[in-house]
Write a protein that binds this ligand. Structure first.
Ligand SMILES: Nc1ncnc2c1ncn2[C@@H]1O[C@H](COP(=O)(O)OP(=O)(O)OP(=O)(O)O)[C@@H](O)[C@H]1O
Ligand SMILES: [Mg+2]
Length: 285
């Protein structure tokens, strides 16, 4: 049975005071299993980066608990956080944060050195990971000469180098075409599953759903179940059936729309096969 690595309870983060007060994250509860890959999606400003930063011990929670492997990091003293972070997390940022003048191999080695692995063992581990990420003949190039996709693979090799329990990635494919991004993320999935690492990816990139075990939808600082959301067949947007402004029943199936406009366009554009067979539009709600 998979064991639980992360247990988050009633996590809250507010910014500012009075009129400028923003409730970025409002009472999140979440459990993550070891080896699980979870994708967090949601509109801009919904609290994704805020949530990920708290989970990674980079930002203080206003209240709530974040238990990681038996430690509540929301309750750790400031000075205890950096060593805990170094031991526990691998980070992958949108712009990768690599050291441009160093080679791919050296970037991975630096991460290993910081965690106390040096010399031969560090070189070997860097090479093994570089090869696993398909960087073989690029290992000794300065990363500033690498393509976006290659840089991303270096960033993944570095994040996973110290066998962290948890990898946190914020918009890791944002600077890549989505095909290339999804391909690299599949490599991450392979590595993570081999090492039993839990991975949390925050992204707008729909393609990453392919590699995730579970997808969560964050909106207004709260999780909604993504499975409960359905796609507007006209514009492709995800809509919450409970709040959809328009819907139509067609051939025994109910379709939900983000607006009455999309519903009308759908009815005008589609030969309503089910319609002619007797199904009736149920109108707006
Ligand atoms: N340091 C800060 N000070 C004040 N408000 C902040 C700060 N950081 C985030 N916020 C606010 O908190 C809310 C959530 O921001 P967050 O960056 O977590 O969103 P996001 O889901 O990551 O968005 P995006 O998809 O655009 O990256 C926003 O309203 C944002 O303006
Ligand atoms: Mg963000």
């Amino acid at each position: 049975m998979q064991s639980t690595l992360v247990r988050i309870h009633d996590l809250v983060r507010t910014f500012g005071e009075g009129e400028t007060r923003v409730e970025a994250v409002r009472g999140l509860d979440l459990e993550l299993a070891r080896g699980e890959i979870v994708l967090v999606m949601g509109p801009s400003g919904s609290g994704k980066t805020t949530f990920l930063s708290m989970l990674g011990g980079l930002l203080r929670a206003t209240s709530g608990e974040i238990w990681i492997d038996g430690t509540d990091i929301a309750a750790l003293a400031e000075r205890e956080l950096p060593p805990f972070r170094a031991r526990t997390f691998g980070f992958i940022f949108q712009d990768f944060n690599l050291l441009a003048a160093l080679s791919a191999r050296e970037n991975v080695e630096v991460a290993l050195n910081i965690a106390g692995v040096r010399g031969g063992p560090a070189r070997e581990r860097a090479e093994t990971l570089g090869n696993a990420m398909g960087l073989g003949n690029r290992l000794d190039f300065p990363v500033e000469k690498l393509s976006g996709g290659e840089k991303q693979r270096v960033a993944i090799a570095r994040a996973i180098a110290n066998r962290p329990a948890l990898i946190l990635a914020d918009e890791p494919t944002a600077n890549l075409d989505s095909h290339h991004g999804a391909e690299t993320m599949r490599l991450l999935r392979g590595l993570a599953k081999e090492e039993g690492t839990t991975v949390v990816i925050v992204s707008h990139d729909e393609r990453l759903r392919e590699i995730a075990d579970r997808a969560l939808w964050l909106e207004d600082g709260r999780f909604k179940t993504l499975q409960a959301l359905v796609r507007d067949p006209t514009c492709g947007m995800l809509v919450d059936p409970a709040e959809a402004p328009a819907s139509v029943e067609l051939g025994g199936e109910r379709l939900f729309f983000c607006s009455a406009g999309c519903r009308d366009e759908f009815l005008a554009d589609n030969t309503p096969i089910g319609y002619s067979q007797g199904a009736r539009p149920m109108g707006t709600r």
